[in-house]
Design a protein around this ligand. Sequence first.
Ligand SMILES: [Zn+2]
Length: 203
Amino acid sequence: MNYPEPITRLIEAFRRLPGVGPRSAARMTWHVLNGSYDDAVEMARAVVGVHKNITRCTACGNYTDTASNPCPICADPERDAATICVVESAEDVLALERAGGYRGVYHVLGGTFNPASGKGAAAIRSGELVQRAKNGPVNEIIIATNPSIEGEATALYLAEILEPLGLQITRPAHGIPMGADLEFLDGDTIARAMSARRRMENK
Ligand SMILES: [Zn+2]
């Protein structure tokens, strides 16, 4: 017997979430169905709400409430706007903020530079980064892309396009294992890597 269409539809929707297989998706669907109508409405509103009420910060590209754009970090006068830490994703900003200690601002690329899979310069907001660096005053750009093959390629690409501006370009050094994802590292490791950052070689 086939499920009624609304049930199949919700199972399919849950299955599109990362790490959710058919059995979990079905379990979640039963849970929603057996729960209250109000809980279902609240869940649906929360899902739509992240799209309706969250936007990219016009300055750094981090996620922010539509009511506070630029985001609280960019708008904070206590943060050092002359130091920009470049990261791949909004989750990386959270990881760095949790680690504490960093008082500069961020630039969220939204991915890695990988022209082979259609992720060219435009896809990673690198033009915006160069523009920010030019509009300055900016002293240092810390390229904290993940130490993966794509992250390293992105760092090299950014160092190359930023080089003519004559800024200090650094990269977090020790403690971050190759292939690791910033998002999943503990705060101490991130903080150590940030303070041990090295100037990138410009050939
Ligand atoms: Zn911002």
